[in-house]
Ligand binder design. Structure first.
Ligand code: HEC
Ligand code: HEC
Length: 219
């Protein structure tokens, strides 16, 4: 499934990401007049084959990864930005990495604006087959605010359909509130692995999750 925009992110995230990009700017440019500098330009990065900018001289290790088929999808961009050397051992990108996952998510929201085909939202089998860990009773006891949930739900309904149809992306309407909260915490704490949902859940507070749970349960 292709998405024209990265729906999990809001304009705020893009603006926050523009600030994180300042740490890249000394070496990379992006946008209409972008050119290679110390690092290659980053236009059309999403879905771009690694090491593929013609007139840029990459490290041997980057070219080895490129020959191995490395493509800059959201997962690999995230890994590389977190700690460049852990993905490309002898990369020439002398940069220690961006540790905070929220900063990285925001940064990708920013970078994504400059890609024509940011089509890398992975569509996966729901991971619900495994049993999710129990959520603390105090968290389950948080009372959600349905209206606040409705307000927040716009971020979800770009992917999950409000009519409960499941066309590749699972339906989340009419769930039991506890199950819903438990599932989102499973993404939040990394028990369920799915890049987009992990990033989505990590940025939601417990109150926000409770509110979304109430809202969607009653649809
Ligand atoms: C000190 C300079 C420097 C900084 C700072 C830097 N980079 Fe790089 N970047 C490079 C170089 C040099 C390469 C080429 C690496 C190689 O060939 O191993 C590179 C490669 C990349 C690539 C792979 C591109 C391709 O065409 O395969 C991505 C993606 C990337 N950088 C993103 C970032 C982001 C995002 C930031 C900021 C968080 C950043 N870089 C910060 C110098 C830098
Ligand atoms: C970019 C698309 C996208 C967005 C935006 C998104 N989701 Fe998801 N969501 C998915 C996909 C794909 C899955 C299946 C993931 C998997 O395999 O675990 C999923 C799974 C879920 C599940 C578990 C479903 C199941 O059957 O186990 C819940 C609950 C959920 N999402 C809630 C939300 C909420 C709440 C939001 C908004 C805050 C949201 N999602 C935003 C794509 C998205």
């Amino acid at each position: 499934m292709l998405f024209g925009v990265f729906p999990a992110f809001s304009q705020n995230d893009v603006e926050a990401g523009a600030k994180v990009f300042r740490t890249c700017k000394s070496c990379h440019s992006i946008g209409p007049d972008a050119a290679n500098r110390t690092g290659p330009h980053l236009n059309d990065l999403f879905g771009r084959a690694a090491g593929s900018i013609e007139d840029f001289k990459y490290s041997k290790d980057m070219m080895r990864a490129a020959n191995g088929g490395l493509v800059w999808d959201i997962e690999h961009i995230d890994m590389f930005i977190e700690k460049p050397k852990s993905l490309i051992f002898k990369t020439r990108m002398a940069f220690r990495g961006v540790k905070d996952p929220v900063d990285r998510a925001n940064l990708m929201a920013f970078l994504r604006q400059f890609s024509d085909d940011p089509s890398n939202i992975p569509e996966a089998e729901p991971t619900m087959a495994a049993v999710d860990p129990d959520v603390h009773p105090l968290i389950l006891a948080i009372e959600g605010d349905k209206e606040y949930g409705a307000y927040l739900s716009g971020e979800c309904t770009t992917c999950h359909r409000v009519d409960g149809e499941d066309d590749g992306i699972p339906s989340i309407v009419g769930w039991d509130v506890e199950d819903f909260v438990t599932a989102l915490h499973a993404y939040k704490n990394g028990h369920r692995l799915h890049q987009v949902m992990e990033m989505t859940a990590k940025r939601l507070s417990e109150e926000e999750i409770a509110s979304l749970a109430v809202y969607f349960s009653e649809l």
